[in-house]
Every structure is written in C-alpha cells, then in structure tokens.
Design a protein around this ligand. Structure first.
Ligand SMILES: Nc1c(/N=C/[C@H](O)[C@H](O)[C@H](O)COP(=O)(O)O)[nH]c(=O)[nH]c1=O
Ligand SMILES: Nc1c(N[C@@H]2O[C@H](COP(=O)(O)O)[C@@H](O)[C@H]2O)[nH]c(=O)[nH]c1=O
Ligand SMILES: [Zn+2]
Length: 356
C-alpha cells in the first residue's frame, strides 16, 4: 500500500478533475504489476497494474489507494476488471466520495466473492486527495491561502515593497504547490506592484496553474506579464460595472473575463463560479486585501504561512490579512496548526480552519 500511495502521490497535479490513484498487484509476495492514474480520461491506476500483471493476476492481491470505480466513465469499470482478472483479495485505502462510485465498487467486488479489506493507509490516501474530495462534496474548489510574512506578520512594507521577504528556497517550495493546484489567484494590486508571472518554475518542469486575477474595475495593466506572456490561461474577474469596450481590449490579448453579478466581488460567489469551471483547487497567493476577504468570509480550507526571521514594524506596512478584520478577538478565526517546518532560515506553518 505504501508503494501504491507513492505512485498516486507521483502524479499529483496531473489528474484534475480526477483524483490521484495508485495500484499494485502482488502474487505470492512478489510485485507483478504497478500503476498510477496519470491524466483525466486516461486509464485508471488499476488498469495499468492489471495489464502489467497479465495472467499472473490470477489468485493475486491488489492494493489500491481509492475504491475501484464501478461506473462506465471514460474508461470501463475497474471493479469488473478486477473480478475478470481473477484477483482474490483487494486492499482499499479509502472509499470514493463521488456519488457515482461511493460504495458500489466495494459492493460489486464482495458480491463476486472477493475478499475486500478497507482502511489500510486511509489517512494518507485522504490527505492525497483532499482537493478532489472537497470538490466532489461541495462543487467548489479547495482554497489554499498562501502568505509570505515577516515575524511580525507583515507581507509588504508601507511603500509596498516585498522583495524578498522569504528566501529563494522558500519561494521554490511555493512552486510545488503552484504545480499541485488547478488555479492560482491574486489581487490586481499584486499585479500592479509585482508584475508576477505566476507560473510554475521547477527545475524538473511542472504544470502552470490557470491564472485568476481579482480585478473588480479591470485595472490590470495591459502590458503585464500575465497578459502578454501566454504561459497559461489568464481569467480577469470583475464586478458587473465594467463597460464592454473595456473588456474587449483584454479579450483581444487572449484573456478571459469573468464578470460576477454585483458591483463588488464576494469570495463565496467567486468560488461558486470557479466550481462551475471544474477548477478543483485554487492557490491564493495574495495579497493582503484578498487574504483579508477570504478570512472575513471564512471561505478557505487551508492556510500556508511562510514566516521569515525579519521584523518590519510600521503602522502602515501591509498585514498578511488586510480588510476590516474581526472587531473582537472572540470573533477571530480559530485554526488547527497541522505542521511547522523550517525551510532554510524560514518557517513554514500549515493550518486548517476549525469548524465554528
Ligand atoms: N514577496 C514574496 C512573495 N510574493 C508573492 C507575490 O505573489 C509575488 O508577486 C509572486 O510570487 C511573484 O510571482 P512570480 O515569481 O513572478 O511567478 N512570495 C513569497 O513566497 N515570498 C516573498 O518574499
Ligand atoms: N482515477 C481513478 C478513479 N477515479 C474515479 O472515477 C471518476 C473518473 O472517471 P473517468 O472519467 O472514467 O476517469 C473520478 O471522479 C473518481 O470517482 N477510480 C478508479 O477506480 N481508479 C482511478 O485511477
Ligand atoms: Zn476505475
């Protein structure tokens, strides 16, 4: 199962809107087939592993990180394939929350007299597909907020300067998460201030997330990298009061404009619209006011703070979470700290909001 989980993890960032899945076929203590789901529409993990096992699958065991599917999607059902292959025992890490699949695959295997074991490696399997499970359950993308802050919680100086708060190593670590998310989102002030590319630049390459810019009045400079570099689709998200003519200039540059229903943008309406576009996960890289909005509306599922051993001070420097904030401590958002790591001189703190 550890190998199956490793195979699943290796394809993270490639399979959206599908989950990552790994499968290993074992016969008499020997590995005779392995597989991972590599891209949506492609063969499932079990298909790869059973194909490789061939007739050695007869009487073998299969370890799979997600309940084998039982529906006729873009590939035939894996539960049937497992039954036909003569596999005798199936070890499944976690059930599939997709209503199309949930529990039916297990049922079909049991009815065929196959010995089914549930739960081996479950917590790791659930963590691997947290984006997918959230999306299937809510129809909206899993929102990860990422902020780079000084020890005193500042994300930019009063002059707007932020280069660089964290080290090269921390900034590289960010690119792994850019690769793993379907979309990256920033506010227009970050575009104006930093002119970022928002692409994934890893030594081994990686997938560029779709770029989402929250830009209520369409103020993004037309010569910005995210408009001109054609490295990844860019969607400008506006309120309802932007004149059509203004939008045309950006559409001609190859951008998509997503105009929401109100004069201002709520994060709740935004994530609902992103869900309709089958975006399973969004990495919100800032800045201060955008993070403030997601905090205020409690519209995020995870927070990653890169904290640098620097102190900025200053009443007008930018807090990592801007906006109005909560008027009382009691109304503040409680989070559960999931991990604290060091990356070079910086700290990386991961937290998830507590259900109120
Ligand atoms: N200023 C800092 C950050 N700043 C994050 C801003 O979004 C910044 O404009 C983009 O990350 C730049 O994107 P790109 O590299 O051009 O694709 N993020 C960090 O992790 N550390 C910092 O110090
Ligand atoms: N990727 C994966 C599964 N994915 C399940 O099947 C759904 C996608 O079906 P399709 O569109 O046909 O690829 C997906 O939403 C999830 O419920 N199932 C599996 O048995 N093994 C796999 O490797
Ligand atoms: Zn399947």
């Amino acid at each position: 199962m550890k190998l199956a989980l490793q195979l699943a993890r290796s394809a993270q960032g490639q399979t959206s809107p599908n989950p990552v899945v790994g499968a290993v076929v074992v016969k008499d203590g020997r590995i005779v087939g392995t597989g991972a789901h590599l891209k949506a529409g492609g063969p499932h993990a079990e298909v790869h592993a059973i194909r490789e096992a061939g007739d050695r699958a007869e009487g073998a065991d299969i370890y799979v990180t997600l309940e084998p599917c039982s529906h006729h999607g873009r590939t035939p059902p894996c539960a049937n394939l497992i039954i036909e292959s003569g596999i005798k025992r199936v070890f499944i890490a976690c059930q599939d929350p997709n209503p199309l699949v949930g529990g039916k695959g297990i049922e079909r295997l049991k009815q065929a007299g196959i010995d089914v074991h549930l739960g081996m490696g479950e917590s790791e399997a659930l963590e691997l597909n947290k984006h997918f499970f959230h999306f299937i359950r809510t129809g909206t993308p899993y929102v990860t907020l990422k902020s780079a802050v000084t020890l005193d919680g500042r994300t930019a100086s009063s002059s707007g300067d932020s280069k660089w708060i964290t080290t090269e190593q921390s900034r590289l670590d960010v690119h792994y998460d850019r690769h793993r998310h379907d979309a990256i989102l920033v506010g227009v002030n970050t575009i104006i201030q930093d002119n970022p590319h928002l692409t994934t630049r890893l030594p081994q390459g990686g997938k560029n997330p779709i770029r989402l810019i929250v830009d209520t009045h369409l103020r993004t400079p037309i010569h910005s990298h995210i408009i001109q570099d054609r490295q990844s689709p860019t969607i400008l998200i506006t309120g309802c009061e932007v004149p059509e003519a203004r939008k045309q200039a950006y559409i001609q540059e190859g951008c998509e404009i997503l105009s929401l229903s109100g004069p201002t943008i709520t994060m709740k309406e935004l994530v609902a619209e992103l869900g309709k576009k089958s975006l399973v996960s969004v990495y919100v890289e800032g800045g201060s006011s955008i993070h403030g909005s997601f905090l205020q509306e409690e519209a995020f599922q995870e927070l990653i703070l890169y904290m640098a051993p620097k102190l900025l001070g200053g009443r007008d420097s930018f807090p990592s979470f801007g906006g109005d904030g909560f008027p009382s401590i009691a109304e503040g958002i409680l989070v559960e700290i999931k991990s604290v790591e060091t990356i070079g001189k910086d700290m990386k703190i991961t937290a998830v909001p507590q259900e109120r």
